[in-house]
Write a protein that binds this ligand. Sequence first.
Ligand SMILES: CC(C)(COP(=O)(O)OP(=O)(O)OC[C@H]1O[C@@H](n2cnc3c(N)ncnc32)[C@H](O)[C@@H]1OP(=O)(O)O)[C@@H](O)C(=O)NCCC(=O)NCCS
Length: 195
Amino acid sequence: MSDDKPSDARADGPSPDPSGSPSSEPEVFIHPTSEVSDEASVGAGTAIWNWSRIREGAVVGRNVNIGQQVYIDSNVRIGDDCKIQNSVNLYDGLTVGDRVFIGPAVTFTNDLHPRATGDWDITPTTVHDGASIGANATIVCGVTLAAGCMIGAGSVVTKDVAPNTLVVGNPARPIAIIDEHGNRTAAADPAQDPS
Ligand SMILES: CC(C)(COP(=O)(O)OP(=O)(O)OC[C@H]1O[C@@H](n2cnc3c(N)ncnc32)[C@H](O)[C@@H]1OP(=O)(O)O)[C@@H](O)C(=O)NCCC(=O)NCCS
């Protein structure tokens, strides 16, 4: 862990700052069933719930809520104020911005042509600030999910997603432009359809 993590991280849930001092940081909560590498960095106010694992070199920002059975691989970078729901796997090569929502059982990938033998060939993926990814979506590696976009539940994303754009389906296609609350403001711009 980095110096970001107080040595007295509580096992009974996040708690408000008892001193009320503006200079003291909120605690990191790590459920006792979870495993966080000493070589990972976890920001103040982040909570890591049951049976999750954070590997060496991972960087998790401040006030991130990490659910049950979440795996965060080596070198993954996650920004501040994100919500990562249960049973999510985040693999090496992934960078996530601030205020990103990752729904239950979302699957990221990091090798476009995987084989059981030989080396991994990692293809990076980037998720920008304010993006939301619906439950059980699959994000094929090498794509960029732009700021404020939304991925429908169960979608398979194979191409970049434009800012503030809602995509659904397999393969995922743009269906609308959305505002910061996820409400539709216009039909999708056909020029943004990567098909
Ligand atoms: C994509 C989503 C945001 C669209 O919601 P919406 O704007 O209310 O859209 P609608 O329900 O009016 O559906 C519009 C069309 O898209 C289709 N659609 C909606 N969600 C879809 C999805 N995930 N995959 C494929 N098609 C979808 C609908 O069938 C409908 O098709 P039609 O026009 O042919 O009838 C929503 O369905 C969704 O998937 N939300 C994510 C939920 C989630 O995973 N939450 C995680 C926390 S529990």
